[in-house]
Design a protein around this ligand. Sequence first.
Ligand code: ZN
Length: 247
Amino acid sequence: MKGREVLIAIRQAIRFCLDIVLPPIDPFQEDEKKWKDICFLEAPCCAQCGFPFEYDVGEGVQCAACLVHPPRYSTARSAMVYDDASRPLVLAFKHGGKTDNLSKFAAQLRRVGRHSLADADYIIPVPLHTQRLIKRRYNQSALLARALAKITTVPFHSNLLHRVRATPSQGGQSAAGRKRNVQGAFSVPENGKAQLKGANIILVDDVMTTGATVEACASILLRSGAKRVDVLCLARVIRKDVQTESI
Ligand SMILES: [Zn+2]
């Protein structure tokens, strides 16, 4: 037996022993367990930003934050609460490149976006700056948007909104800091304005924290001719300490 074959045999023997002591984890079963604990968002909620209400207070009621500072987008809906249960799934997708759950994520976006999707013209992702795109190799919001477009009749468009300024990570920033951070960060290319004119846009993002990013995107899309912008997010931070959350 050659040295390499001996090494392989030893490795196999060690793995066999480890499997007896520590049975291998089935990643599918692990994911199923995680999905069971997820807090999915649905009505009753704020008619505009989708913040969940404990009780049904009637249709069209807005939360205090939306009444004080009405967002530029028409509605925002998120599929799940960003918490201890959803965090591993979201982070594995966002930073770990794990796309196994993409079709489930898209189905969840379709569930919460069924009303706005009905008369939407384009599904577009919150863009990443080129530098970050190169570093991360993919835009997780674009993957979500494309997967959502695949299971609806609404076309995906990735070239209507650009991130023109590389912004520092939003993690650990205050609400005001996040707002400042994204000001002027997005733009609509000249050749996109004709397509945006009078269009109903579905804007897709992965995690909504203070809403500063989607607000900045909605603002430039509307200024560039879009008729309305509805936001769909995979997960939303609901806790009050969002300012210190690092995502
Ligand atoms: Zn609200």
